[in-house]
Design a protein around this ligand. Structure first.
Ligand code: DQA
Length: 144
């Protein structure tokens, strides 16, 4: 099973960005842990990050044939990017939206995700554990 981990804007600054909200682990450290986890589960994993909406769309399109599942943290785009929502809906790859923080208990603008309806699930508020749980859920769904 092939899994794409896709992170959106500002997640490249994990570890230094608002550590009281997002923790102290860097994205590189998280990706190393996710790769090890996927390997143990016999899955292939690719990790990508972009701060740009169009580039995130390009990455989703480019992986549509490769990926059997996607773990996507769209960052702030979650709350308003209909283009990303359409991209997820366009590619027919089961996608789980994840957030490190509890978006339901923060500012009102974060409580809504316009991308969620195009996803097969949404996980939030458990820090990096959300990514591992998302991988488990995708693996349970099985490969194409
Ligand atoms: C986030 C939550 C978003 O509201 C925020 O804009 C982020 C990170 C999270 O992982 O908790 O960039 O997606």
């Amino acid at each position: 099973m092939n899994i794409l981990i896709l992170n959106g804007p500002n997640l490249n600054l994990l570890g230094e960005r608002e550590p009281e909200v997002y923790g102290t682990m860097t994205l590189a450290q998280l990706n190393v842990q996710l790769a090890a986890y996927a390997k143990k589960k016999k899955a292939s994993l690719r990790a990508r990050q972009s701060n740009h909406e169009g580039e995130l769309i390009d990455i989703l399109h480019a992986h549509r044939k490769w990926a059997d599942g996607i773990v996507f943290n769209p960052g702030a785009y979650s709350h308003y990017s209909y283009a990303l929502r359409d991209a997820v809906a366009s590619i027919c790859v089961p996608t789980i939206e994840v957030h490190l923080s509890n978006i339901k208990k923060r500012e009102p603008f974060r409580r809504i995700s316009v991308i969620e309806p195009a996803c097969v699930g949404q996980l939030y508020g458990k820090g990096s554990a959300s990514y591992f749980t998302a991988i488990d859920r995708l693996l349970k769904k099985g490969s194409k």
